[in-house]
Design a binder for this molecule. Sequence first.
Ligand SMILES: *[C@@H]1O[C@H](CO)[C@@H](O)[C@H](O)[C@H]1NC(C)=O
Ligand SMILES: *[C@@H]1O[C@H](CO)[C@@H](O)[C@H](O)[C@H]1NC(C)=O
Ligand SMILES: *[C@@H]1O[C@H](CO)[C@@H](O)[C@H](O)[C@H]1NC(C)=O
Ligand SMILES: *[C@@H]1O[C@H](CO)[C@@H](O)[C@H](O)[C@H]1NC(C)=O
Length: 494
Amino acid sequence: MSDTAIADFGLIGLAVMGQNLVLNIADHGFTVVAYNRTVEKVDRFLANEAKGKNVIGAHSVEELCRKLKRPRKIMLLVKAGKAVDDFIEQIIPHIEPGDIIIDGGNSHFPDSIRRAKYLEEKGFLFVGCGVSGGEEGARYGPSLMPGGSPAAWPHVKPIFQAICAKADSEPCCDWVGETGAGHYVKMVHNGIEYGDMQLICEAYHIMKEGLHLGSDEIADAFAEWNKGDLDSFLIEITRDIMKFKDADGTPLVEKIKDMAGQKGTGKWTAISALDLGIPVTLIGEAVFARTLSALKSERVRASKILSGPKRSGHQAEIDKTEFLSKLGQALYASKLVSYAQGFMLMREAAKEYNWNLNNAGIALMWRGGCIIRSAFLGKIKEAYTNDTKLENLLFDPFFKNAVDKAQSSWRYVISQAILMGIPIPAFSTALAFYDGYRHAKLPANLLQAQRDYFGAHTFRYLDEYTDDKHPKDRDVHINWTGHGGNVSASTYLA
Ligand SMILES: *[C@@H]1O[C@H](CO)[C@@H](O)[C@H](O)[C@H]1NC(C)=O
Ligand SMILES: *[C@@H]1O[C@H](CO)[C@@H](O)[C@H](O)[C@H]1NC(C)=O
Ligand SMILES: *[C@@H]1O[C@H](CO)[C@@H](O)[C@H](O)[C@H]1NC(C)=O
Ligand SMILES: *[C@@H]1O[C@H](CO)[C@@H](O)[C@H](O)[C@H]1NC(C)=O
């Protein structure tokens, strides 16, 4: 083993994702040096999976750094949290200014913001990189979402764009933005994934409980949708899941306990939306739907106490083929709203954290390799390429037309599901958002009056009603009751 700096890329953490990324990078002609804290793991990996490839091992962080060409590029694929900080501290004594530390784990973006600042202050470069696509993606083409120190990008670009997924022959990896932008965009990706999955589950629920379809018929519906606008990885795997039979010949999916797990990235997205004041309602509902599902024993008790709508015999009149086509439209329109909300959130985050986000680039990164990959994201990329200043995806002429076309089906499906008593939180919040967003006037005037009535929180007059008695752009308080003393709100003005 040579001690000279011969490796192009260093990777720490040889769990499955790490091993697969090493092999993927080596396959593209780069020499990789790999290290794992349990050093037997390094030797076993070199003797097995990595045998005959451009992979060399290191038995210490120091050795890994010594074997890397400058500027060093060291990627961490370790458990998010303390392990990342610990490894950063272990690496620092062995690197030089301009060297690059890449965190490819599922880190929460505030940590990446902190680490970028910390390393940049010491003269090093940091990249927080979202990685999606699972084990298979890591091996043959993940979606990579790198952000952090801009000066690092030219150095990691050739490697990342070589190993990532390709969509329409373009690499699904581009520079996302400064500090924590890469991990933020990955977080929103996961949030959108929660939303897409919940929408698909609601469609399944409607087909099963509303239309009384069997799993093969449901699989057929997903197969059909996968040939059109809804063509996506998640629809495709849902089709396969619906078809999958247990040893006794019955669909396995029906034997799975209906309690959803979660790791927290959907929740982080919803929390960020609340913090930034952006109505990302669909992801929020998707997170809550998982938490409701987790209350299994309570739901079982509730099912015996609480009643739903009486069976009206109405379902018998429904034309299943026609309903399924409408359901597909409803799914498409709801999904579009969810993506529009996700991009609204990223726009606000970019303002808040001073990131320069490239929307078309983000859509392209999600277009292939990752869990939400779909034909639809190709259209979103097109929308942002056509108009880089596009204020909202729903304003793009192609998508505006798509919603116009879907609208009556969307409303029909939602109202039918509500009449049948089938819970559709994601479908219905999508429509509620759409209707709210397209209203120039909402009932918040009454809300402001209530706030002023009980708390003297003040309000403003609509421009068209301003005159001597109704000042423009001023916080006003009104004596609503004709009694009571002076109010205490500090903004008291009238
Ligand atoms: C190293 O290998 C062990 C054993 O396979 C694994 O559990 C651990 O996550 C790996 N990563 C690091 C950073 O040590
Ligand atoms: C982008 O512009 C082209 C040319 O005007 C148009 O055909 C296409 O539908 C647009 N795409 C989207 C998603 O708006
Ligand atoms: C509110 O109006 C009543 C009746 O006109 C008056 O007596 C009272 O002083 C007013 N209160 C304040 C705080 O202006
Ligand atoms: C209410 O408070 C203001 C400012 O403190 C005072 O000028 C005014 O006389 C008070 N009005 C009444 C009705 O107490």
